[in-house]
Write a protein that binds this ligand. Structure first.
Ligand code: HEC
Length: 231
């Protein structure tokens, strides 16, 4: 018991380091919500794919999982691809990226798994104006980030006041509220991309447990029957 408590105590600073000491907000996303996944996919191809790839994912697979026909895929998501069998991998030239941002934007196929959905959610909500940075913004959970705040028009600008984020214009409050939903949809899509079978796995999981529970009842009854005369 002592050891468990000690391990937990050692883990606490690691958890807070992972987010630069900032309390992460809960993404509360739901990978079974297809409407949310579709919205997220749309945001991703409109705002992220110019710089990032998700090269382990094919449009066709997205269409199948999100319930979209090939025409719907082509009209709504495939601005940078011709065939549904293509992967989401038109990235910018690596040398250009290095010149512009100092780093190459990483592939986002498994970022939801490596960083966690709460981190992603908080990250996309935590850009703020910082004139000392080359692109004018910084991020609370990713100090000195090389990525510009590409979704600023949907959120409104934020500034840092006493280590807390505040909207520069109070009138942007309604917009910022909608933005939190946008980000939830986007994180939901990235969570799905990180493990497209997750929903099916969860669905199968409870069926297996139910099967085992019913099987246990039969096995127990059988055991009682076998041992009845021996006791
Ligand atoms: C203009 C180019 C550009 C666009 C557009 C862009 N990003 Fe980025 N992004 C970057 C760069 C550059 C980095 C690397 C930052 C660093 O390492 O300092 C980055 C890093 C990230 C990271 C951190 C990855 C990690 O694990 O370190 C995430 C998550 C991310 N971007 C998500 C997004 C999402 C979601 C969108 C679309 C809404 C998006 N980005 C659009 C340039 C871009």
């Amino acid at each position: 018991m002592k050891r468990v408590i000690l391990t937990l105590i050692f883990l606490i600073p690691n958890i807070s380091f992972a987010s630069g000491g900032v309390q992460l907000q809960h993404a509360n996303n739901d990978i079974t919500d297809k409407a949310s996944l579709q919205q997220g996919a749309k945001l991703f191809v409109n705002y992220c794919i110019g710089c990032h790839t998700a090269k382990y994912m094919r449009y066709q697979r997205i269409g199948k999982d999100l319930g979209l026909t090939n025409e719907e895929l082509q009209d709504n998501l495939m601005f940078s691809a011709e065939k549904v069998g293509e992967t989401l991998d038109i990235a910018m030239d690596k040398d250009d990226a290095k010149k512009w941002f100092g780093v190459i934007p990483p592939d986002l196929s498994v970022t939801a798994r490596s960083r966690g959905t709460d981190w992603l959610y908080t990250y996309l909500l935590s850009f703020y104006l910082d004139p000392s940075r080359p692109n004018g913004v910084n991020n609370l959970v990713f100090k000195d980030v090389g990525m510009p705040h590409v979704l600023w028009e949907r959120q409104g600008w934020q500034k840092l006041v006493d280590h807390k984020l505040e909207l520069v214009n109070k009138e942007d409050e309604a917009k910022a509220k909608q933005y939190r939903q946008d980000v939830r949809n986007l994180v939901n899509f990235l969570d799905y991309v990180g493990e497209p079978n997750k929903a099916a796995r969860y669905d199968l999981g409870w069926k297996v447990i139910l099967y085992l529970a019913i099987f246990f009842l039969f096995a127990y009854a059988l055991k009682k029957e076998y041992w009845r005369d021996i006791h």
